[in-house]
Design a binder for this molecule. Structure first.
Ligand code: AMP
Length: 117
């Protein structure tokens, strides 16, 4: 699916919904989370409307690689590559997914206990 007009993250990727963008490429967009759970909290999304990680198939490998490479670039850009960061992707109800356009959370700027609460 190219874009769904009722998807908030498709609207951000299309520039139709304001967001604090930190990274953009042909395939990926990243922006600050509106309810940050850490001093640095960025969401990295594919421009393509992929619902969730369970929707991935064999064609998804390039965009997944682009998302992880974007995380690496953003961490360096925001100065947290050395101090460290956490990458999280939530799937479905028990995973705590609330927006059904797949996204990678990049969390940094504080020590994050493991396991999370
Ligand atoms: P998840 O619970 O993994 O689906 O994560 C969804 C995240 O999207 C949450 O951390 C929300 O705070 C964040 N979020 C929802 N709407 C927006 C928005 N318009 N701009 C930025 N972040 C958003």
């Amino acid at each position: 699916v190219a874009m769904t007009s009722d998807c908030i993250f498709c609207r951000i990727a299309a520039g139709e919904q304001p967001a604090s963008l930190v990274f953009e490429s042909d395939t990926v967009v990243a922006f600050r989370d509106i309810a940050p759970a850490a001093p640095v909290h960025v969401l990295i999304i594919p421009r393509q409307h992929i619902v969730d990680p369970s929707s991935l198939d064999e064609t998804s490998a390039p965009v997944m690689a682009d998302m992880f490479m974007a995380a690496r670039t953003i961490a360096a850009q925001l100065g947290v590559a050395e101090s460290g960061y956490r990458l999280v992707m939530n799937q479905g109800q028990d995973g705590g997914q609330s927006v059904f356009h797949m996204h990678l959370h990049l969390l940094a700027g504080r020590w994050m206990a493991w396991p999370p609460g």
